[in-house]
Design a protein around this ligand. Structure first.
Ligand SMILES: Cc1cc2nc3c(=O)[nH]c(=O)nc-3n(C[C@H](O)[C@H](O)[C@H](O)COP(=O)(O)OP(=O)(O)OC[C@H]3O[C@@H](n4cnc5c(N)ncnc54)[C@H](O)[C@@H]3O)c2cc1C
Length: 592
């Protein structure tokens, strides 16, 4: 045992423990190999440097540049420009502090990859995949870097970045499968997204063609990567189904380097796995063709409730009351997002829900308004100015795109200290369950007991299920509980800046063992959305994949027998572990 540990620490680990090679190992590829790789990808190989390196003494120190970086650090578009920029870094080993003043000791790549192939075509991806396999180097696939549990990061790795594959957006008025023999029951329109386009670009393109696609509520999320392959919800999912249900075909680079089309007729098992089984696991998607639907007029409702005396308890009770009506609103066609927030001494509930309406007639609009008023607003207005400040507003938009552009900026900030716990809620866990919901909310927002607690918390209430999401769709592999889901509730907690590692652990434990369990207690047999979940949930297989896990693993073994693709808590990931030896990152090694 002692000998094994010593060997692991002395660089022999890659041989003895079947680890991926890292820069400190003898097996790490030589400079000439990296140079050859660079040539074969047309000079698109990047040697990564920490983004905030100019803040640190030594070569490259630049106080002005450091200040500029600090200002933009929490903006997703800024992070996205760097191959190693992440919206949710989880572990930040080079924060943008003025290190010369603070004598901050550390600035290294940490979990960020060592090299990046800035791929511009499928062939670059294939070259990178083969290089990683032949040289036993850990491989990471990244699109926008939005992943919440760090699946597009990896210590000592080679990354393939698909952001700059931009083979265009292509509109087909009437979809025809590429293989003329393949039967499809989709005769509507379709859009082929040929690379690393963000949803905002795809929405814009769809709208120009008078169409809607199901995409993220956040416009900066990538369209064909982890979002699409892991499920994908948005305001339109209630009406048309999950984003992954919309995929008609994928172009995929396999672990062998071969490029294939996966559809309901070709590589059907791969197609099914890529429709819900998660990104970074089965292959690298370089394009996806998705359904495009006719646009609709939209009626939206925004509501804001703030307790007059700042009482959190009153707000939790009224939120529970509103949540208990969600299934009724959803069954009437409303969908969207709400937040319950406690931050900087303030508490509030806020939602923007929308309904795609069939016509602009005053009867249709009037009826839709009546539902919201009867179920939610009328009761609240009775308490307006006495117990709460209530703001309620309806808006009418001629199309989905106008709604999207006119309802907030749809862009979350990057966050360096968040922890998330989430859960699906079906109809029976919500409808008229005020008391249970109120008790659960109290647990989620409690700061009682010894130890460090979250400084601020946001409960994101994603009313994105119901409707078409409830329909079983052939050739999909999302957690079966998605098909019973009305609400996806996501608790996001922020630990204090000065929490220290023990304090951070306490906040994480509270999220996993207290808050997540409180949500689970109300929703037996449900699960959660693998893209927005607690990475420390010990029951992740069951909670993220449910009964599909075993089948997904068999597809993984078929298409990636040598385990070239690996990401944290992805299908098949349990065969490997990151050997950290008490630090915060380390090599990826095969478990015995
Ligand atoms: C600010 C923010 C807002 C969000 N809003 C929504 C939302 O509205 N709806 C929703 O459903 N989710 C939302 N999410 C969650 C989002 O779906 C996940 O973070 C998702 O993993 C992002 O995918 P990505 O490809 O953009 O990110 P990345 O971090 O680049 O990749 C995520 C995973 O997919 C893999 N991957 C990336 N590209 C490919 C590819 N081409 N082929 C194969 N694997 C690939 C990566 O290896 C990694 O495992 C949001 C997340 C954030 C941070």
């Amino acid at each position: 045992m002692l000998l094994t540990s010593l060997l692991l620490l002395t660089g022999a680990r890659s041989v003895l423990a079947k680890c991926k090679c890292t820069p400190i190992d003898d097996c790490w590829p030589s400079s000439s190999k990296w140079n050859a790789l660079n040539t074969s990808v047309d000079g698109q190989l990047i040697y990564n440097q920490p983004i905030a390196k100019p803040c640190y003494p030594g070569l490259g120190y630049n106080a002005q540049l450091c200040q500029d970086i600090s200002k933009e650090w929490t903006e997703s578009p800024f992070q996205e420009l760097s191959p190693i920029g992440y919206t949710y870094p989880l572990v930040n080993t080079c924060p943008p502090v003025n290190a010369s003043v603070a004598a901050y000791p550390l600035c290294d790549l940490g979990n960020a990859p060592v090299y990046t192939i800035n791929a511009t075509k499928a062939n670059d991806v294939a070259t990178g995949v083969r290089f990683a396999k032949e040289n036993n180097v850990r491989l990471v696939i990244k699109n926008t870097g939005h992943d919440i549990v760090g699946r597009s990061q990896g210590y000592g790795s080679l990354m393939i970045w698909i952001k700059y594959i931009r083979d265009g957006l292509d509109y087909q008025e009437r979809y025809t499968p590429p293989d003329g023999f393949c039967q499809t029951n989709w005769t509507g329109s379709a859009i082929t997204v040929g690379g690393g386009y963000k949803w905002e670009e795809v929405y814009d393109f769809s709208a120009k063609n008078g169409r809607i696609v199901v995409g993220g509520d956040d416009k900066t999320v990538g369209s064909i990567g982890g979002y699409l392959q892991g499920g994908g919800h948005g305001a339109a999912s209630h009406t048309f189904g999950l984003a992954t249900d919309q995929v008609l075909e994928y172009k995929v680079v396999l672990a062998s380097g071969e490029v294939v089309t996966a559809s309901a007729c070709q590589h059907t098992d791969l197609f099914t796995a890529l429709r819900g089984g998660g990104g970074g696991t089965f292959g690298v998607v370089v394009s996806a063709t998705i359904k495009a639907h006719h646009t609709h007029p939209v009626l939206s409702h925004t509501l804001q409730v703030v307790p007059r005396n700042g009482s959190l308890t009153q707000l939790l009770n009224v939120t529970a009351e509103i949540m208990s009506r969600y299934p009724i609103l959803s069954d009437e066609g409303f969908a969207g997002y709400a937040i319950l927030l406690r931050a900087n001494g303030k508490v509030l509930y806020e939602h923007t829900f929308m309904k795609m309406i069939e016509s602009n007639s005053s009867t249709t609009i009037g009826r839709a308004k009546q539902i919201i008023n009867r179920q939610v607003v009328n009761n609240l207005l009775r308490l307006n100015m006495t117990m709460f400040y209530v703001k309620s507003r309806f808006q009418h938009f001629p199309s989905f795109q106008e709604y999207f552009l006119g309802s907030g900026d749809h862009q979350a900030q990057a966050a360096s200290t968040p922890i998330m716990a989430s859960r699906f809620f079906d109809k029976k866990s919500l409808l008229f369950q005020q008391k249970n919901l109120s008790d659960m909310l109290r647990t989620l927002f409690s700061q009682e007991g010894p130890g460090v607690h979250a400084t601020s918390s946001v409960l994101e209430l994603c009313l994105v299920g119901g409707g078409q999401v409830l329909e079983h769709v052939p050739h999909t592999s999302v957690h079966p509980a998605w098909r019973r889901t009305y609400l996806l509730a996501e608790q996001v907690d922020f630990w204090p800046e000065n929490a220290g590692s023990q304090g951070i652990q306490q906040v994480k434990n509270e999220a996993t063992f207290k808050k997540l369990n409180a949500m689970k207690a109300l929703t037996p047999g449900m699960g959660t959305y693998l893209n927005e979940a607690d990475g420390y949930d010990p029951e992740w297989k069951e909670d993220w994949f449910g009964s599909r896990y075993g089948w997904l693993k068999s597809v993984k073994q078929k298409y990636d027998p040598e385990e070239v693709f690996w990401c944290w808590r992805c299908v098949g990931s349990e065969s490997w572990e990151e050997v950290k030896g008490g630090t915060i990152y380390g090599p990826l090694c095969k478990k015995n």
